[in-house]
Structure formats: C-alpha cells, structure tokens
Design a protein around this ligand. Structure first.
Ligand code: BGC
Length: 722
C-alpha cells in the first residue's frame, strides 16, 4: 500500500487549536491502540436482521462504547433530520415529527430551521442520545429521488444556509449533528452501485458548495459520507472528497463517519474516513482488528489512527457531549408539536388561486373532502428518517412489490387528521368525506358541494426513486373528474417533492403541503381557512414533464441491489452529472430555455407585495445589495426577497445570491440587505475560486423566472481561496 493521501493531508494548513482540540489531543495521547480502535468503528444498534443490541446502548441507529477512564462518553446515535427516528417500529417511545425537508426549506427561514433543529435535538438528548444523524443536504438534482422529501433544495446557497441553521439548533443541545451524505448521493436507485461522474469544478460549484456553506454555518461535529461512488471511488474511500476537499481545503476538524455499511475496506482510513458505522452491514469490521494490526506494523497508519480517534473525541468535546449524563428525561410533546405545526404552516406553498378561491373563510356551507387518506392522517416519508409519535402511525400500508428494500418501506401516516381539522375549523358547514377509490362516488359528492377539496399523495422512500412525477394510482383521473364536476375544486398536495399536474388548469386552487409532520392537518386547515397566510416558496423547480430533466430516464433502474449487500448483480453503472454540471434545477431550465410548470422560488399569498428597486454597492471587491418591499394588500403576510445573479462576466446566468424572508403588516414596508458571497460570483478553477473581470448584473425576483430590472456593475478579477 502507498499513502500519497497521507502526505497530502499532512501538508494541509492547520487551523489554530481550540480548547476541544487540546483536550482531545491529551485524551488520545493517553489511549492504548485498543482504545483508539474502539472509537473508530461501531454497530447498528437496532434489533433487526438478527442483531443483538448491547445493554448500554439506546435503541437507535448506532452505538460505540466510550473510554470512561478518559471522560469519553459512549456514542449513542439516532437518525435523523426530521426528528428522533421511529426505527421501523423498534422504538415505541414516540417523537415529534417535523415536516419534511422540502416543507422546512419552503419557509426559506433559517430562524425556523434553527428552532426545529433545537426541538428535535432536545428530544434526542432527552432520550439519551448524543449524536443525531441529521443535516441531510444533498441537492435535489433528481426530483424523482427517493429522499427528495428529506433534503432541502436544489440550490447550494439556500440549502447550505438552511442546513447550517438546523445543525446549529441540534447542537445547541450539546449533542453532535452530522451533515450528510457526502457527497453527490442525489438519487437512490441502486445507490451502492452508482458511480457519479462529475468534474471537480461542477461539484465544487454545486453540491460541495452546499456542504461547505452548511459546515461553515453549522459547525457539525461529523460528516457522514455516502454510499455511491464518485468518479470511480466509493465516497467513503475518496481521497479527493475526504482528504483534499473536506479536510485540506475546508479545514474540517471533526470526524467523517461512514454511512451504514458503506466502508469498503481499510484503505478508506487512508482516504480520510475516520469511523466505520453500521459495521455489521459491511463485509468485515475493517476498522477493528485489521486496522489495529496495520497500525502496529506501520507508524504512518498508527499516526493516522491517532488522528481518527482525535477527530471523534474532538467532535464530542467541541459541543460538550462529554458533560451530559445520558439519562432519559420527560419530553413536553405538546410544546414540541407546536413547533412542528408552525414549521408545517410556514412551509405550505400556494401554487394556484383563481378568483380568490382561497381562503375559504366561512363562505363554504357544504364541503366535500376527497381522497389522500384525509380521514386518517397525513403522510410521512419512508426510510431511516421516518418519525412517529407514541402511538405509532395511524396507518401503515405494506409495500407489495419485490423491491429488495420493500420490507422497510411501508407508506405510513401521522395521527393528524385533515378531515377532523377541517370539521373543527368549519363547524357551521357540512363536511362530507369520500375516500376517492370510486371516482363516480367522489364526483357525486363534489357536485352536491360548494367546494371540493381533493387530498393527493405521493409516497417517497429512501432507497427507491420513483419512475416518474405522476400522482400514483387513480389520483390524476380523480382530480380531473372532481374538477370537471365542481369548478371550486381545491387540491391539497402532500407529496415528497415535485409532481406533474396535467389537471392543473381545471382547478380553482392548489396548495403544496408536502409531508407536513406531526401537526400537518392543523397547519393545512389554518392555511385553507386563512388563519395563516401562506408564505412558502418552492425550494425546487416543478418540471412540466420529466423530458425536461437532464436525465429523462434514471440510470440503473435495471440494477438488482439487495439491501445490505453491495455486490448487486455485479454491475456498477455510471450516472453522468456532467450533463448539467453545476447547473442544477432552475439553472438547468434557464440554460435550456425551457419553461417549468412552477419555477424555483415561486409561491402566492393572500396579500400582494411590491418590490422596490435594488441598490448595489461595492467595497474592496465585495458586493452588497439592499432592496425594499411593501405589502400593498389588506392582510398581514410574509414574502421572500430573492436576489439573483443574471449576468456573470458578460455571460447570462441565473444564480440565487441572496434571500431574506420578510413579514409585513398591511401597508408596511421594510428593507432587505444582502452581503454577497464571492463564491457565488465565481467559477472553480483548479485550486481556487476565480471571479473573472467583467460586468455582473443582479435582479430581484419573485421567483427564478420573474425578475425585476437588472442592475450591473464591473468587477476586477479576483481570486478566493477554497
Ligand atoms: C442512511 C443514513 C442513516 C443510516 C443510519 C442509512 O441507510 O442512508 O441516512 O443515517 O442509514 O440509520
């Protein structure tokens, strides 16, 4: 074995040591090789697949025994970004489900992200955990991706700022948060066999930038590397990703943990992986005896092992996890549900509102509610991130195909019931329900009502991408038929991500409520009746058809990949992300000059806003901008001031360079101010960010397509270090 990577990592600029660094150095210096080894590999701590969970562990994603004699606590890990995971029914103690990542990101509100993170982190800590596998920030490069619901957006700035805020919130509880899945794990199909092809520049200007901003903003103790390969190397054994980008260029001082069962071998340690997670799912405990033996033989590996252990300990010390006693404490679920409800309401996006069909106020005497299990609950996304309350799901529908991950993908619903919430809000109205299985029956109910509200769902699950963006089952036909029968048809979408809407023009109104979490139904009712003025903005483009996507067909759909067995059917397949490069989402649509169904940044309101003109200033090469916005309607509401770069060194582009959510009373006017990150004006060039000399134009937008008047200024050439 040769170790060029070790040399590269050792040449990296060393940031000034902190108290946590020094204490971690001392602790690791006092450790035996066995103690160091013990810290760098861990088990999945769930009673599944015949696994036995040690008594000291808390049932959850992972467990690693600490070193009590040196004050290093046991590491107890739980999923994930939306709350303490239900772990497929292994946990019965319940937790508060935030709405999905898409819903959270639709708020465009870092403050709300931080409060949500603080709430779920407090629940994790109260249950005895000290590491939360949160911070999912892969870009939505593939809207059909099975984890679209769990991630945040297609834009690196928006995703990075929001995930950083959420991580800050989680870690405010003195527990570690991860940021994950590093990197380019943007879709799920045969995720262990996918080899993502992408240039360094395209990666740095897109997905990696989201991680970089997220790490700067949130200072997560740990980074979780991903299942997929990148340019031929497993992400968890990618010297480029781990040693060069993360540790050398970004100076990351925490630890890199593998995704569960994503450690290919001992060589991953040399490439920068610090901890093997979910080791029972790997072919061997590579970071156990084999790494110990190698460390005894080779001083370079021994030094690397010391660094690995130091990073783990440093991550725990930096947040104060060593000060927690790990004893469970009671949780105020009622207070936490209010946080979830606030987030759900802030994330609802009003997509269409003809003739002011919404809000319903008290004008509808007879309401027909149809479909979407609205009599039972609101949907949750599937996989490791699924959270349920104490009583478990209201409904769990087993998966019935022969998908290898089928056993962990029931479509399940939270106990927050739209029909009940609507009935409570419309006490003087008659509210009838039809489940939508028989279209004729739904049509009859709609005909006899003042308003028909159709709930439509699309289930997404980790490990499985959906083949297209349709609403599954008979839902498209159901909506079309109901809308034909009643012109006041309102569609409530509860989808994991974007869907296509062949029925759109027939409807009066559409709201996108995503997977709205523990109190989703109450949030939906509040928006439909106008108690809450919807302020959500799309964090992702809704394509008009999948033909508009960079890859109309998802690669690898034919690859058989039994879960927890990386051998698949022998095929590794390539997915070429160089097609769109760093032009993910709306940037791709602008580049192709295609018109989506709904653009990134889009969202209507029950009031009206007027954006005043933009002012730009330049001081020592840094650009700042200010804008004013006014509520010209007669209701309080919020809008998001969005600032886009539209010309870069003379070339037309579209890049979000600033955003600010603003709450405004009727008639009120406020200012928004932006300091523009120079990386957003730059291209990645070999080993630095390069701002080319030339003209740079900026415009305010109500979304990525509807832009105000552009303002330009000239910039001299600039160089910025990574
Ligand atoms: C998922 C991770 C998760 C881990 C532990 C993996 O399958 O990709 O997001 O944190 O399992 O449950």
């Amino acid at each position: 074995m040769s170790f060029p990577a070790l040399a590269a990592a050792q040449n990296a600029p060393v940031p000034a040591p902190t108290e946590a660094d020094r204490r971690a150095d001392d602790a690791v210096a006092a450790m035996t090789i066995e103690e160091r080894i013990q810290l760098v590999h861990g088990i999945m701590a769930l009673p599944v697949l015949g696994l036995v969970v040690p008594e000291r562990a808390v049932l959850g994603a992972g467990f690693i025994p600490g070193v009590p004699r040196l004050g290093i606590p046991d590491i107890r890990e739980t999923d994930a970004s939306l709350g303490v995971a239900w772990a497929n029914g292994s946990r019965k103690d319940g937790a508060t489900a935030l709405p999905s990542g898409m819903a959270l990101a639709s708020s465009w509100d870092p403050g709300l992200m931080e409060r949500g993170g603080a709430m779920i982190g407090a629940e994790a800590r109260a249950k005895g955990f000290n590491v939360m596998l949160a911070g999912g920030v892969n870009l939505i490069r593939e809207p059909r991706g099975g984890r679209t619901f769990e991630y945040l957006s297609e834009d690196p700035l928006l995703s990075g700022i929001l995930v950083g805020a959420s991580i800050r919130g989680v870690q405010s509880n003195h527990i570690v948060s991860t940021i994950k899945h590093f990197a380019l794990n943007d879709h799920e199909t045969a995720r262990r066999s996918a080899d993502i092809l992408i240039s360094d520049a395209a990666a740095r200007e897109s997905d990696l930038l989201a991680f970089q901003i997220g790490i700067e903003e949130g200072q997560p103790g740990s980074v979780m590397c991903a299942y997929n390969k990148i340019n031929g190397h497993p992400a968890c054994a990618s010297d480029y990703l781990l040693n060069t980008v993360l540790k050398r260029d970004w100076g990351f001082k925490g630890w890199v943990m593998s995704d569960w069962g994503a450690t290919p071998g001992i060589e991953a340690a040399i490439a920068g992986l610090d901890q093997q997670s979910g080791e029972q799912l790997d072919k061997a405990v590579h970071f156990g005896a084999p790494l110990a033996q190698a460390a005894r033989r080779d001083p370079a590996i021994a030094a690397r092992l010391g660094d690995m252990a130091q990073r783990v300990v440093r991550g725990l010390f930096a947040v104060g996890a060593d000060k927690l006693d790990g004893k469970p404490v009671p949780i105020d679920f009622e207070a936490n549900a209010r946080v979830a409800q606030e987030a759900a309401a802030a994330g609802i996006v009003l997509l269409r509102n003809e003739r002011n069909a919404l809000p319903l106020a008290d004008k509808a005497r007879k309401i027909a509610v149809i479909g979407g299990y609205a009599d039972i609950g609101v949907p949750a996304g599937g996989g490791a991130s699924m959270v349920h309350g104490v009583e478990g799901p209201a409904l769990s529908i087993p998966y019935r195909g022969d998908n290898p991950v089928g056993h962990v993908m029931p479509e399940s619903y939270h106990r927050s019931v739209p029909l009940k919430a609507l009935r409570e809000r419309a006490r003087d109205s008659e509210v009838v329900y039809r489940d939508g299985r028989y279209i004729a029956e739904a049509v009859q109910a709609a005909r006899g009502a003042d308003v028909a509200i159709v709930f439509a769902t699309q289930f997404l699950n980790e490990g499985y991408d959906v083949p297209d963006l349709s609403l599954p089952g008979n839902q498209e036909a159901l909506i079309a038929a109901v809308a034909a029968a009643n012109p006041n048809t309102i569609v409530v979408l509860e989808t994991g991500g974007p869907v296509t809407m062949p029925w759109l023009d027939q409807t009066a109104a559409v709201i996108e409520a995503w997977y709205p979490g523990a109190r989703g139904a109450e949030a939906i009712a509040a928006v439909l009746f106008g108690d809450v003025n919807p302020g959500g903005r799309l964090p992702v483009t809704f394509p008009a058809s999948i033909d508009q996507l960079p890859r109309p067909k998802i690669d690898g759909f034919d690859v058989v990949e039994p879960e927890f067995d990386g051998r698949a059917n022998g095929r590794t397949f390539a997915t070429d992300y160089n097609i769109e490069g760093s032009d993910v989402g709306y940037r791709w649509f602008v580049r192709q000059k295609t018109k989506p169904l709904f653009p990134f940044g889009f969202g209507l309101s029950y009031t009206r806003f007027e954006q005043g003109s933009l002012a730009l200033a330049q001081a020592r090469g840094r650009i700042s901008a200010t804008a004013r916005v006014r509520n010209t309607g007669d209701r309080a509401g919020s809008t998001v001031v969005q600032l886009y770069l539209v010309e870069m060194a003379g070339k037309p582009v579209r890049r979000l360079v600033g955003f600010q959510k603003v709450e405004l009373a009727p008639g009120e006017e406020k200012g928004a101010a932006f300091a523009i990150d120079p990386r957003l004006l730059a291209s990645w060039s070999q080993d630095h960010w390069r701002v080319a000399a030339g003209s740079y134009a900026f415009a305010l937008g109500t979304d990525a397509e509807r832009l105000g008047k552009p303002f330009a200024l000239r910039l001299d050439a600039q160089r910025h270090e990574p």
